[in-house]
Design a protein. Structure first.
Length: 158
């Protein structure tokens, strides 16, 4: 099923996507690969526990691992902050939820970089795009590698 996240307005140009760094997904990918490899590595042990019981454990492990890999891939490819020449669009596509929020560049108060913890020592941080409205609406993209470069590449705030 193909979803349209957003459509570009006339004379609007797509500039890029801010996605979390792929390194932050490595623990999830590693755990899913362990679940996928488990039945193959311990097949004889699973068979000694019984064909039906061992087969059910192997099938459950494969199912959970493959579903986790699929969900991780989907969250990386679909989720993010899409940057156009007129607005920033935050897309969240979960397993059962789908949300699209946007903020126009003319409504942006300021853009700042937030760093904390160990990730700041190795160059990671979050980009906060804050709106001028009374609600204090903001978009947060991250963790991103070298967020200062991302901020300088964003369109100039009016």
């Amino acid at each position: 099923m193909t979803r349209k996240f957003f459509t570009l307005e006339p004379e609007e140009e797509f500039l890029g996507v801010l996605r979390p760094s792929l390194w932050t997904l490595l623990p999830r990918i590693f755990a899913a690969l362990v679940l996928v490899a488990f039945p193959f590595a311990f097949w004889s042990s699973l068979l000694s526990a019984g064909l039906i019981f061992g087969g059910c454990i192997a099938a459950a492990s494969l199912f959970i691992g493959m579903r986790s890999l699929r969900d991780t891939r989907r969250s990386y490819l679909e989720n993010g902050v899409y940057i156009t020449s007129r607005r920033a669009i935050d897309v969240f596509a979960g397993r059962s939820a789908f949300r699209v929020t946007e903020i126009l560049w003319s409504d942006v108060d300021h853009i700042r970089v937030a760093r904390k913890g160990i990730s700041s020592m190795i160059g990671y941080g979050h980009v906060h795009i804050r709106g001028t409205n009374d609600d204090g609406f903001s978009l947060v993209a991250g963790p991103l590698w070298k967020p200062d470069l991302v901020v300088t590449a964003l369109p100039r705030v009016q």
